[in-house]
Design a protein. Sequence first.
Length: 338
Amino acid sequence: MNQKTILSWRPEYTYIIAIALVVGIGLHPEWLNPDVILNSTRISTFKTMLISIVLETLPFLLLGVAVSSLMHVFIPEAWIRRFIPKNPLLGILIACLLGILFPVCECGLIPVVRRLMAKGMPLYVGVAFILAGPIVNPIVYSATYVAFRNRPEMVNARMGLAVVVALIIALIVYFFVKSNPMKTAEDTMNASNPLKVLRVTKKTGKFSEAIRHAGGEFFDMGKYVIFGSILAALIQSFIPRSELLVVGQGEYTSHLFMMGFAFFLSLCSTSDAFVASSFLGTFSASSLLTFMVFGPMIDMKGTLMLLSIFKARFVVLIIALLVIIVPVGSMLVQKLFW
């Protein structure tokens, strides 16, 4: 490999090779020695879990980076600033409902919000959009309604609690987070990936630029999705379900268990309602509500993706607030309305 080839090597090539290696091992576990490492049954389960999580996530990631790239190219900064009201409360409320217009899973939503914040969206509005967007959208509403057709109150409770939690946390960010928690400024972020430093020319045009920009965003976010999917598949495959269920029998521990389960399971918000409904005979309705609100707001993949944008201290703050507010809100819903 000559010097020119070495200099032209880009990080995304490494990600493609890593993804191909993971998929190859998943499809052909015989490449590993199951008698030495793990039994073939668990490897088969891991393969199934990994492929299902990745296939479930990547379409939404593709949709998200496509939307963010189109926004980056076609939507002026002045339009974004006019669209978001200056009043903090009104701006947060609108952000909580933006998911109706952008029905994108949490994995695809984060690159959208990153681009919106680069276009001038305030931090607290972006936080509200990240938290509520994956839940308050028509696709998730329909999926939850189908999963809980015998308990329709769960649908409205999920949507309502998601808006309330996002509103509270966004207001906390507005009043108490004064410094910029983003890792880099916009110009530094763009310079970190050569695919993002694009200029519209007569030769390429805006649509061509959007495609190239989407490719850069996809590889930038995709590595976190793949790594998070691997960890989630490992946990689901090698921790016995029966032992996990024993932990979640108490009134309060069931909420803690469901938050941890949602975090490591890393399901898409369009499918987690079906998993939650399967636990109706085992866990309380409020703990299932915790599962369906906490998981889409923050899970393993989402945490890794947020850490690529925000400083670790800010991500820890968001997680801590969610750990407190979501279960408390779920228990209040059960006592006041059910």
